[in-house]
Design a protein around this ligand. Structure first.
Ligand SMILES: Cc1cc2nc3c(=O)[nH]c(=O)nc-3n(C[C@H](O)[C@H](O)[C@H](O)COP(=O)(O)O)c2cc1C
Length: 218
């Protein structure tokens, strides 16, 4: 069954329309319906084993956003965009996180928790092989970037602008947002809203390698 909601042309139009927005119109806000759909794009993002080693912090406080600005290379998107999300990974991912996930799976899929013992063993032994905290952080961060991609693409399809932001100081973010106490660690951020009419970057041609240079059939 074809459940497509857009054509190849309309998809490409939105992919071309999207760009990393440098200047947001601070007066334009994303409406609630659209924002809720964007939140779902984060919730529904896939992750390895489905483990979801993340949390997404929506920074609503103008004061906090002003504080984050100085830890973001002074990039004004942090304060001007309608919404600002900090994508974080769970610190010290361990068996308790796997157990939490299995309990959730048992609840949602209405199956006895014991039926998931084997899956739990597989996931735990995979995590054990990531034998350093750094390796676990890198694995978790890879999952978070998938969520970032889902969020940005969903926004583009809704006609909402975004700017993914690695130009931030993650540990300073953790301090300002007190994420350490919550057991999370900043990876990347994303501003979302509407481009300012005079954002010159909107007109800049995309610099991409040719299709034949990045896609190879073997
Ligand atoms: C993970 C990631 C982090 C980025 N960090 C920043 C950033 O801090 N500030 C910024 O203005 N652009 C940032 N960018 C935007 C890239 O520079 C931009 O996506 C790239 O140059 C391609 O341009 P386009 O997205 O406008 O097509 C980031 C992009 C990605 C994917």
């Amino acid at each position: 069954m074809n459940t497509s909601v857009c054509t190849p042309d309309s998809l490409l139009t939105q992919l071309q329309w999207r760009y990393a927005t440098k200047k947001f119109d601070a007066t334009q806000k994303i409406n609630l319906d659209q924002w809720q759909a964007l939140e779902q794009s984060l919730v529904l993002s896939p992750s390895s084993f489905g483990l979801q080693p993340w949390k997404f912090f929506v920074i609503t406080s103008p004061e906090k956003r002003a504080q984050l600005l100085s830890h973001s290379w002074n990039q004004q998107q942090v304060v001007d965009a309608s919404h600002f999300v900090v994508l974080a990974i769970k610190k010290d991912l361990d068996e308790a996180d796997v157990e939490r996930y299995l309990a959730r799976m048992a609840e949602v899929q209405q199956i006895p928790r014991e039926n998931l013992d084997k899956l739990g063993g597989v996931v735990n032994s995979f995590l054990d092989k990531l034998d350093s905290p750094l390796a676990k952080q890198a694995w978790s961060a890879r999952q978070v970037y998938i969520a970032l991609g889902f969020f940005m693409l969903s926004a583009a399809l809704l006609g909402i602008d975004t700017c993914p932001m690695e130009g931030i100081d993650p540990s300073a973010y953790d301090q300002v947002l007190e994420l350490e106490d919550l057991g999370y660690q900043t990876v990347v951020a994303c501003a979302a809203g509407y481009r300012a009419a005079d954002d010159g970057s909107a007109q800049r041609l995309k610099v991409r390698y040719a299709q034949a240079d990045v896609i190879t059939y073997l």
